[in-house]
Design a binder for this molecule. Structure first.
Ligand code: G1P
Length: 299
């Protein structure tokens, strides 16, 4: 008889969207930062599409007061669809429908106060239940084909356990992220043996950072319960994962090699818009000409 645990399918994804977006004030006074557009869709919709491509069926948003427009965005809008259909605007109609999450498949839970990413994930506990789930941080816009979560899911189907997307950054940047330590003896297997949130460069165990995409087993909730505030006085998901590692839970790193933009920063947001604009047939040529002209004038 085999003692191997069956690998359970991941059907649900959690999106923490309760942040205040202070870095984008005053733009985010009335509009959730997650609805600011990268090209023609909100930054959050890109993450939802990435999850959907990976086979996710239920979308759990950890939200807060003032973020009601997020639920409106993913809701069906029959009057708008009818108006577009009547005018024969099929492309726009398709785009509006793509932004809709099927009835009953979007769940909104509230985080009462900004107490950290770990606390936000813990708020999703009842909605997730006792099954594995994905976690996507929508500020991190990731572009690859197939998408980051689809790649992680394929890996998860082989190895099970918890899977964390990691990427290499210059040592000077590690203090902004969670950083993992790999089992040196089995580095090819990418087994994670430790992790630390926002370390000083000289204390970082590696230059492999946690990218903002995770697949968790439900045991993470028990570890979150036991996790006290850490870096920045907040309850950190990284600390809960470290507890899991110490308890013997399997954690696998999955190396992401596509592009990433941190859209929680002004520069990342602008760069993502330029990159996506350069890929879009409607804007690519004019944008390239503008950027080129601007750079040549400055040179
Ligand atoms: C969070 C995580 C961190 C991860 C980062 C990716 O940090 O705590 O481990 O590397 O996202 O963006 P935050 O950006 O919320 O400070």
């Amino acid at each position: 008889m085999s003692t191997t645990k069956a690998i359970r399918r991941v059907r649900k994804a959690v999106f923490p969207v309760a942040g205040l977006g202070t870095r984008f004030l005053p733009a985010t006074k009335a509009i959730p930062k997650e609805l600011l557009p990268i090209l023609d869709r909100p930054v959050l919709q890109w993450a939802v599409e990435e999850a959907r491509e990976a086979g996710i069926e239920e979308f759990i948003f950890v939200t807060a007061r003032g973020k009601e427009a997020i639920a409106d965005h993913f809701d069906a809008f029959p009057a708008l669809e009818e108006a577009l259909a009547t005018k024969g605007k099929d492309r726009l109609l398709g785009a509006v429908r793509e932004a809709t999450i099927a009835p009953g498949k979007a769940i909104y839970v509230r985080q009462d106060a900004p107490r950290g990413l770990g606390h936000a994930v813990a708020c999703a506990r009842a909605a997730v239940g006792n099954e594995p789930f994905a976690l996507l941080l929508p500020d991190m816009l990731m572009h690859d084909e197939p998408g980051c979560m689809a790649g992680m899911m394929a890996h998860y189907e082989k190895v099970g356990g918890n899977v964390i997307a990691v990427e290499e950054v210059p040592r000077g940047d590690v203090h902004k992220y969670g950083v993992v330590a790999l089992d040196a003896a089995r580095a090819d297997a990418m087994r994670i043996i430790g992790m630390v949130e926002k370390p000083a460069p000289e204390n970082a165990p590696s230059t492999l950072i946690i990218s903002g995409r995770y697949i968790f087993q439900p045991e993470i909730f028990a570890h979150l319960d036991a996790t006290r505030p850490g870096a920045g006085g907040e309850i950190q998901i990284t600390d809960a994962m470290q507890r899991g590692i110490e308890a013997g839970d399997p954690y696998h790193a999955w190396r992401y090699s596509g592009q990433t933009w941190d859209c929680g920063s002004k520069l990342g947001f602008l760069l993502a818009n330029v990159a996506f604009g350069l890929r879009d047939p409607e804007t690519a040529d004019a944008l390239r000409a503008y950027v080129h002209r601007h750079l040549c004038e400055k040179a």
